[in-house]
Design a protein around this ligand. Structure first.
Ligand code: G
Ligand code: G
Ligand code: MN
Ligand code: NA
Length: 257
């Protein structure tokens, strides 16, 4: 299925598409951002999720090209929404460890910003702790560079990587995204509650933004909001949607579950 040859062909034939999941401030129900999530629109097999092909792309060295396409497409989309008169909406893009490590990220981001004309402040790069730790010196150099341009950096799946917290001091990070594994069983699981409380408190002290992912119930949302984490993302609010459906949410402006 997702062989190297098939993925090369998919790139050539422009078979990748982006879906967008809303990020919401539940204190006022406003949409505050969108995460771009890649899918493969296969001519015969239909829509294929990223977990079926991103690992292969990473292994076979194609993730830089796919990631470059994703950055261009996401920036183009965010600019189009802005031009269409929607609220200026930051778009978050997932970055693979390999894009960071192999030094292609900087040029990809610069290229995507230049080609789209998007304000760099409207681009968020989602990077995992593990990717950062693989090569801290490269990560610091590349991310500082991009940060100076105004691009925002977010740590995705926060709390699940092999990492020390020291990187929080060295890197220009704007936001932590609490991994969904911590969100799943709250309220009611005291260890997970304590971990989330600690992450939110640390984010506040370090003056970082914080967002929770994987929010599926009103109880989870209430728990997070009570801790001072009103920014969230998850099926309770909105699923990842194709651009046309996402635009319907944007036109309305708010999401009330
Ligand atoms: O959308 P979904 O929940 O199926 O995504 C599954 C995984 O694929 C998530 O870990 C997500 O971060 C990853 N993913 C989605 N889109 C991209 C992308 O554009 N680039 C990379 N590197 N990973 C992505
Ligand atoms: O690894 P990352 O955090 O980028 O994962 C994003 C993926 O999480 C997307 O593919 C999306 O489909 C999925 N996702 C988004 N919201 C929820 C949710 O509420 N519950 C679960 N289980 N998955 C979600
Ligand atoms: Mn993500
Ligand atoms: Na991710």
């Amino acid at each position: 299925l997702a062989t190297e040859a098939a993925l090369r062909k998919a790139l050539e034939h422009q078979e990748f598409v982006l879906h967008y999941q809303a990020q919401v401030d539940v204190a006022n129900s406003r949409i505050t951002g969108a995460e771009a999530l890649v899918r493969w629109q296969h001519p015969k097999l239909g829509l294929i999720g990223p977990d079926k092909f991103i690992p292969v792309a990473e292994e076979r060295g194609l993730i830089n090209r796919i990631g470059d396409w994703v950055l261009h497409a996401a920036c183009r989309q965010a600019k189009a929404w802005e031009d269409a008169g929607h609220l200026q909406l930051p778009v978050a893009v997932n970055i693979s460890a390999r894009q960071l490590r192999e030094g292609t990220l900087r040029d990809s981001v610069l290229g995507a910003l230049a080609a789209s004309g998007l304000d760099p402040h409207l681009l968020v790069l989602e990077i995992t702790e593990t990717a950062v730790m693989e090569d801290m010196d490269t990560a610091v150099a590349v991310l500082e560079d991009l940060c100076k341009l105004g691009v925002a950096i977010e740590i995705d799946d926060f709390g699940t990587g092999y990492s020390s917290l020291a990187y929080l001091k060295r890197l220009p990070i704007h936001r932590l995204k609490i991994d969904r594994s911590f969100v799943r069983d709250v309220p009611g699981t005291s260890d997970d509650e304590a971990i989330i409380r600690a992450i939110v408190s640390m984010a506040h002290s370090l003056k970082l933004d914080v967002i929770a992912e994987g929010v599926e119930t009103a109880d989870q949302a209430g728990f997070l909001r009570g801790l001072g984490c009103p920014d969230m993302q998850g099926f309770w609010l909105a699923r990842p949607e194709p651009p046309v459906e996402f635009e319907r949410l944007l036109a309305r402006g708010d999401i009330v579950p």
